[in-house]
Design a protein around this ligand. Structure first.
Ligand code: PEP
Ligand code: MG
Length: 574
């Protein structure tokens, strides 16, 4: 019987194929006592060693086939296996309780996973998934069970699983795997991120796809709408074959604008830039025809290590990005740590509301040595391209002035030391706190540019945690309050002759593009894969048409009215 399931659209595209249901190996663990805990610990260490070797291999394969970003997931897994806290906890359990390694590992894993999951924070929940994935790998070695099920795919298939761990996703045979659907997971889970970079259609979080599907069932995965069809009739298959064809044609069409400018039919030009996390993302940025970098999140340089990165190390990373971008604008954001992004070696205070706490510029203005090191690295790198610097989470003008004063001081110091520095480095701020958006006209007197960070601006304006599934219905980019704030910021900047960008996820959304264009946004910064669809859209719009429409949208009362309106006006790509 045909059946339709709804999940979260994790990666765009349509796949039609037979299902391959991923069977979980039997991992039942029984607690037994051991006579020789030392030998048992040794058995555990040997399993860890084998898991490490495997991970090194997967990491190398992923690096070769999928690039640095996906390979980093396995570097993170290797770090878990190097974590003395975790390893010691297992070994202590073996020796204190004289129990077998399997049950010690299970107990310790469960404890860590529960701890991270209870943090009610998506980033930490992903760390829990990493620990589970790594622990499963060690457990398979302890149990002597082979995890061969993915290798069992011999025909073009859609993979169905309760969840796909990053290792599972990396091991998918790309010749045979056309897409996947899972019971759990969200848009930002690792498997979803990997699916997007592999351009594999995927639907996650269906809750029951493993219960509804058997290996061999015919499936359609609609990664655009988040739907899964089980044993659809021929009419539905035909409809989706057309949809698939349409999507593939559209992708080809998008590629045609890779070297074109982002200009409307009536010659209004904007800049479509990319958001990056590390210099390794540059390949995707250049392949997708970005006109600049609108947000380089430097915090990734500081994460996954045990100490602060040195000035030279940072200089090399910034220089690489500036050089490869060949004088195109590159906006580098100073450290935005805190909130959901922890740096264990900084010993940040535990706070009840970390998103409202000691983070980003607040932290940098106190840890000035750390801040100065970053600014010095940036100043030195400025000689190699078109650098602009922005400060995150600025709530008051004093914060901007203080940051600028430190910047000016380091400028003088470096000049005195004889370093070459660019003639002009624009200094801007993220507008992601409502106080700054409301007082944008005052800030506009002092900054060189604004970049609107809607990811945070939405959560603070609607008081809806961006990590919480429970209040996700309140996290509304098209709420009139957000659109009005965006307009206010753009107008305030333009009034003072300053430019405005947006680097929150909203900037690349199809519904947002015509609105933001009409409101006069100058720079749109988004994930690299959104650039070509956005450019295609911009090139099909007339500025004089979208201006009045954008103003009309400001008077809509609800987010869904706005979305409906933009669709009805025929302003979307499809
Ligand atoms: C934002 O808040 O919109 C933003 C771009 O920054 P981040 O997602 O890194 O908080
Ligand atoms: Mg932010």
């Amino acid at each position: 019987m045909a059946n339709q399931l709804q999940g979260i659209a994790a990666s765009k595209g349509i796949a039609i194929a037979k299902a391959f249901v991923l069977e979980q190996p039997d991992m039942t663990v029984e607690k037994t006592s051991v006579e020789d805990p030392a030998a048992e610990s040794e058995r555990f260490r040997s399993a860890v060693g084998k898991a490490k070797e495997e991970l090194e291999e997967i990491k190398a394969k992923t690096l070769e086939e999928q690039g640095e970003e996906n390979a980093e997931i396995f570097a993170a897994h290797l770090l878990v296996l190097d974590d003395p806290e975790l390893l010691k906890a297992v070994e202590s359990k073996i020796s204190d309780e004289k129990i077998n390694a399997e049950s010690a590992l299970k107990d310790v894993t469960d404890m860590f996973v529960t701890m991270f999951q209870e943090m009610d924070n998506e980033y930490m929940q992903e760390r829990a998934a990493d620990i589970q994935d790594v622990s499963k790998r060690v457990m398979l070695h302890l149990l002597g069970v082979e995890n061969t099920s993915l290798a069992g795919i011999k025909d073009t298939s859609i993979v169905i699983a309760e969840d796909l761990t990053p290792s599972d996703t990396a091991q998918l045979n790309r010749d045979y795997t056309l897409g996947f659907a899972t019971d759990i997971g969200g848009r930002t889970s690792h498997s979803a991120i990997m699916a997007r970079s592999l351009e594999l259609p995927a639907v996650v979080g269906t809750k029951e796809v493993t219960a509804q599907v058997k290996t061999g069932d015919l499936l359609i995965i609609d990664g655009i709408e988040g739907a899964v069809f089980v044993n659809p009739d021929s009419a539905v298959v035909e409809e989706y074959e057309k949809k698939q064809e349409g999507f593939l044609q559209q992708k080809e069409k998008w590629k045609q604008v890779v070297n074109e400018s982002s200009i409307t039919t009536d010659n209004h030009q904007v800049e479509l830039a990319a958001n990056i996390g590390t210099p390794d993302d540059l390949e995707g940025v250049l392949n997708n025809g970005a006109e600049g970098i609108g947000l380089y999140r430097t915090e990734f340089l500081y994460m996954g290590r045990n100490e602060l990165p040195s000035e030279d190390e940072q200089f090399e990373a910034y220089k690489k990005v500036l050089t490869e971008m060949e004088n195109k604008p590159v906006v580098i954001r100073t450290l935005d740590i805190g909130g959901d992004k922890d740096l264990p070696y900084l010993d940040l205070p535990e706070e009840l509301n970390p998103f409202l706490g000691f983070r980003a510029i607040r932290l940098c203005l106190e840890e000035t040595d750390m801040f100065k090191t970053q600014l010095r690295a940036l100043l030195r790198a400025s000689a190699f391209g078109n650098l602009k610097i922005m400060f995150p989470m600025v709530a008051t003008i004093e914060e901007f002035r203080e940051a600028k004063a430190i910047f000016d001081e380091e400028w003088r110091n470096l000049k005195e030391e004889g370093h070459e520095i660019a003639e002009k480095i624009e200094l801007g701020i993220m507008v992601e706190i409502p106080s700054t958006a409301v007082a944008a006209d005052l800030f506009a007197d002092e900054v060189d540019f604004f970049s609107i960070g809607t990811n945070d601006l939405i959560q603070y304006t609607l008081a809806a945690d961006r990590m919480s599934e429970k209040v996700s219905h309140l996290y509304q980019p098209y709420h009139p309050a957000i659109l009005r704030l965006v307009k206010q910021v753009i107008d305030a900047a333009h009034e003072k002759g300053k430019w405005v960008g947006m680097c929150g996820e909203m900037a690349g959304e199809e519904t947002a593009v015509p609105i933001l264009l009409g409101l006069g946004l100058d720079e749109f910064s988004m994930s690299a894969t959104s650039i070509l669809p956005a450019r295609t859209q911009v090139r099909g719009l007339a500025y004089e048409d979208v201006q009045p429409l954008a103003n009309e949208v400001l008077n809509k009362k609800t987010s869904s009215e706005v979305e409906q309106f933009i669709k009805e006006q025929g302003l979307l790509n499809v």
